[in-house]
Design a protein around this ligand. Structure first.
Ligand code: SF4
Ligand code: ZN
Length: 714
């Protein structure tokens, strides 16, 4: 037997023994009926569930899983068989980690890692992964001989937008090396025990279940999905023990290459297990092995610039300068100009850049107008807001800059640290120029950026140019209805995870991720005519109530490679739109109330359907139609087309309070216009009133909710 298979079996057998003993002990101690589950997931113990279909719910279910685990360890002298033993290690790790959760509701509290990653986080990663905003996932484990090397590697991943999970002592090496960690910074410590690596493995596995429609028990389908569609890889630092090696074998079985800094000589497996002893080569080799390409960003800045910094928060105490609409006049405006009005790459700061002389705890407060003028033969005024909305992300990519809001209502903070490194407003202007010409190069031929800090000038621009422009756009948007256009668009971005999913985007129904409006899809098509959004001519009306069109069916069938033949735009029950998995909200039938509930991803509590968001969500997704359940964007709730085939908005009987408040203005406006009902949201129940069926029904009856009087919803 080779030294490698030897090590893998050694590790797998050790884990099997440990797991068996730990399960027996836990059952003795806590009883076979004690709950065994991870928090906030609808996929039980995900590795076991996906691989075998077994729904573990209590400790008593585990001995059978240990038997499955042991059956995977054949000790046969063959690399393929040894990789299966690696999967056994993954199952063992999952059980050992599940026992931690059986013993304590929050075993990772104060442990310096996050442990299990809940379903909603995985769903929220869908869009950044498909757009390439997160180009890949790194798992870094072990202990580097020189901590500075590990810090450099992880920083490099961070600067490239890679999502990095840390396991073991490297967690402390990274956090004492000054790297900012947390999901917001895309560097996520999982846990110090090597078994905590399972928490990233189950992210990949649940991606297959959530987005890929892989059926539980279909191990071959699962392995094919993770190999083809989850761009993950593993880096190990320092000595390898047998358990780590067999866990690595599990990663390889899932299709994730392992790059180690130990010289394995002839035990290397080309493309799967590779030694890179020079840490300055680790990142490059890892990305090459997994086929991850990083788009070079052409911006020279005194600080880092990467999507990984998008969630960075700058607190008052760390702030050097602030541009805040509540204190000073501000605006952001992208305008489509005539060719002669734009000088390409002209950058101007009017009114002076950020002053140098702030006192040690003083925050400089300034007005700011960010004015971007673009010209392009293929540009249109409709694309102004599409570009303008990106300013938010681009500014946030800058390390040490925080941006919230848009238009004339925003707040920008510069950290003291970034200011001291030399970051100024002109750099922000350069960022806008570089990103606009890069991302919108096919519609923008020329671009100039002006940053103005002179309060009187800003106020004048705000009143004379910006506000009228915002008003004009709002009116244009309000006038855009499904009836007023002759083209809808597909979006198939999510097919990289959900191969048979296709969104149909119309003016009144945005993509279910909430990030793609009709104008966005139109711009995407103009930018890249062979890209993920294709036009659908509004032709061949079959049924106007359902929103069924021949042309929609044909193009969706083509876009889903035949997986989906008929889809309606406005129905929850008859051929509803499919869901990929990254929906902001899910709408589900509540038959006894003759209505529907809508739940958003952020809401972790129970709903009157007897299911949580995660449980509801697990019933739809993967690009299949599930009549009665449908993913959609937040903004869709207030649309006149919201389940209009079933009667529309007045079917809405329950929403989490936060969501209700967020959408109240639009919902109430639409309800008044369509049904003449004042303050409709006051009739909609929420979790502070009731989450059980009887409680909800009593509330609806008391309020005289109109759904109770409608014809049966099904
Ligand atoms: Fe994915 Fe649909 Fe959003 Fe496109 S519109 S990114 S397919 S969820
Ligand atoms: Zn999606």
């Amino acid at each position: 037997m080779s030294a490698l298979t030897d090590l893998i079996y050694g590790g797998a057998n050790a884990v099997a023994g440990l797991t068996e003993a730990a399960v027996a002990e836990a059952i003795r101690e806590l009883g076979a009926d004690k709950k065994a589950a991870f928090p906030d997931t609808a996929y039980f113990l995900p590795t076991i569930y996906a691989a075998t279909g077994a729904k573990v719910q209590k400790l008593g279910d585990l001995p059978a899983c240990v038997d499955v685990l042991k059956s995977l360890i054949t000790n046969a002298d063959d690399l393929g068989a040894a990789l299966n033993a690696g999967l056994a290690t993954a199952v063992g790790a999952e059980i050992i980690e599940a026992l931690k959760y059986a013993r304590s509701p929050a075993p990772y509290e104060g442990e310096g890692g996050i442990g299990f990653v809940p379903d909603p986080i995985i769903r929220s990663l869908g869009v950044p992964l498909v757009t390439g905003d997160i180009p890949g996932v790194a798992v870094v484990l072990g202990r580097a001989s020189d901590p500075a090397d590990a810090v450099r590697v992880v920083r490099d991943y961070q600067n490239k937008g890679i999502l990095t999970f840390l396991v073991g002592p490297v967690i402390d090496q990274i956090s004492s090396g000054g790297v900012r960690v947390g999901l917001d910074y895309r560097v996520v410590p999982l846990g110090h025990d090597v078994t905590s690596v399972i928490h990233v493995v189950t992210v990949a596995i649940r991606a297959a279940l959530i987005f890929g429609n892989v059926q539980p028990g279909d191990l071959a389908g699962l392995l094919a999905y993770t190999k083809q569609r989850v761009p993950a890889f593993v880096n190990t630092f320092g000595e390898l023990d047998a358990v780590t090696v067999s866990a690595g074998a599990g990663a390889i079985a899932l299709g994730f290459p392992v790059i180690t800094d130990i010289d394995l000589g002839e035990n290397q497996v080309p493309g799967a297990l590779v030694s890179v002893c020079d840490h300055s080569e680790t990142v490059k080799t890892s990305l090459e092995l997994r086929g991850i390409k990083i788009k070079a960003k052409k911006v020279e800045l005194p600080v880092s610039f990467a999507s990984a910094f998008e969630g960075e928060i700058i607190r008052k105490a760390d702030c050097y300068a602030e541009f805040y609409s509540n204190k000073n006049p501000t605006c952001e405006l992208v305008s489509f100009r005539k060719s002669e009005e734009v000088t390409d790459h002209k950058i101007e700061v009017i009114g002076g850049d950020i002053p140098e002389n702030a006192g040690p705890s003083e925050i400089i407060e300034l007005p700011l107008a960010t004015i971007v003028d673009v010209y392009g033969a293929k540009m249109s005024a409709d694309f102004e807001p599409v570009i303008e909305r990106r300013i938010h992300s681009w500014f946030n990519y800058i390390e040490g800059v925080m941006h919230t809001g848009q238009r004339n209502q925003f707040r920008i903070r510069f950290s003291r640290d970034s200011f001291e490194k030399g970051l100024r407003l002109r750099h922000l202007a350069e960022v806008l120029y570089a990103m606009i010409t890069d991302e919108f190069g096919s519609i923008v031929d020329k671009c100039q950026v002006t940053m103005i800090t002179d309060g009187a000038r800003v106020r004048q621009i705000l009143e004379e140019e910006a506000m009228p422009r915002y008003r004009y756009r709002d009116e244009r948007l309000a006038s855009l209805t499904d009836e007023s256009v002759d083209t809808f668009y597909t979006c198939i971005l999510c097919q990289s995870f959900a191969p048979s999913h296709c969104c149909v985007v119309t003016p009144e129904r945005l993509g279910l991720c909430g990030a793609v409006s009709w104008l966005d899809a139109k711009a995407t098509y103009e930018l890249n005519p062979a890209g993920p959004s294709q036009p659908i001519p509004k032709e061949g009306l079959i049924d106007s109530r359902l929103g069924a069109y021949k042309a929609v069916n044909e193009i969706v069938k083509e876009a889903t490679h035949g997986a989906l033949e008929e889809v309606t735009l406005y129905s929850l029950v008859e051929n509803p739109m499919t869901s990929c998995g990254c929906f902001e909200c899910i709408c589900g039938l509540m038959p006894e109330a003759n209505g529907v509930v809508v739940v958003n991803r952020e809401y972790a509590g129970m709903t009157p359907t007897g299911m949580t968001f995660g449980e509801l969500a697990s019933m739809t997704g993967g690009g299949v139609q599930t009549p009665g359940f449908m993913g959609h964007g937040r903004h869709f709730i207030g649309s006149k087309k919201f389940i209009s085939a079933e009667g529309g908005l007045i079917r809405l009987v329950w929403m989490p309070k936060e969501l209700k408040e967020d959408v109240a203005e639009r919902v109430n406006k639409t309800a008044l216009e369509l049904y003449g009902i004042e303050n409709f949201t006051s009739m909609i129940c929420d979790e502070t009133i009731a989450t059980d069926s009887e409680g909800v029904l009593a509330f609806l009856a008391e309020k005289g909710h109109p759904a109770l009087g409608l014809e049966p919803i099904m």
